[in-house]
Design a protein around this ligand. Sequence first.
Ligand code: NAD
Length: 290
Amino acid sequence: MTTIGFIGLGNMGAPMVKNLLAAGHTVKAYDIVPELLDATQATKAESAAGAVKGAEMVITMLPAGPHVSGVYMESVLDNAEAGALLIDCSTIDVETARAVAAVAAERGLDMLDAPVSGGVGGSEAGTLTFMVGGPDQAFEKGRPILEVMGKTIVHTGGSGNGQVAKICNNMILGATMIAVGEGFVMAENLGLDKQVLFDIVSTSSASCFAITSHCPVPGPVPESAANRDFQAGFTAAMMLKDLKLAQAAAQTAGTATPMGAAAAAMFGLFCGAGNEALDYSGIIKMIRGK
Ligand code: NAD
């Protein structure tokens, strides 16, 4: 059994801690929000440094790059035990992921970036997908712990490559959801029944996850958010965050991503109109002009 320091007990982090405890690991947890700390069954640490001291493994699940950079530079790296493995599961920019891992390596510490997909449901069920960047031996060491929280664990290459995989996936998903929304609205306006369009497209060359799992019109996929007035799910705000990360990465890499840029702009408008909390598939409302 492993002693784990866990920092960030939000929507994703808290259920991950629950699963680690259920598997018999010792978890020392910390969050800046005292109520979240009170709610956990893990051993409560009084600070991030307190969670890290004495831990064989440190896992962080924080909102964005500046939080990760701050927590690692101010608390984790100075207090980690020799030989401790550091795993950041937050979705952050590639540059920060690589920079923090490089400083960790200078201090002789292995670090993995391991962003997830699967949402809060996947976190609760322990069925997350982890996209993991970092050295081979660190990946092998971290894998058994990641398997407690996830079903699919993929080694994507060196440091930062987990974040690359995550933002490429979500850039493709954001752009395809807009394209799917346009298709359904055009069909509506031209008098083609949505179920007929679904039956054709879901078995034809344009079939994709945005249609088969997150279909943005009610009916064809009963569990999609469109059937519950776009109650999230995966919020438009989260999609916008990932699309912005993708745009930043595209700029760094000198990659032209006009579809990704258009998707970021559209989700920016959608969120700016007060729809941040809606499911991202609700972007079809904007396409309808509503
Ligand atoms: P969240 O905001 O619910 O949780 C983040 C937690 O970090 C909060 O409880 C916050 O208090 C804590 N925190 C912030 N700064 C801290 C600090 N300095 N020290 C200690 N704790 C601190 O966010 P979430 O939904 O749990 O998401 C976490 C990460 O996972 C994000 O990067 C997000 O993009 C990614 N993600 C989320 C989902 C999802 O569906 N929620 C899906 C995939 C990936």
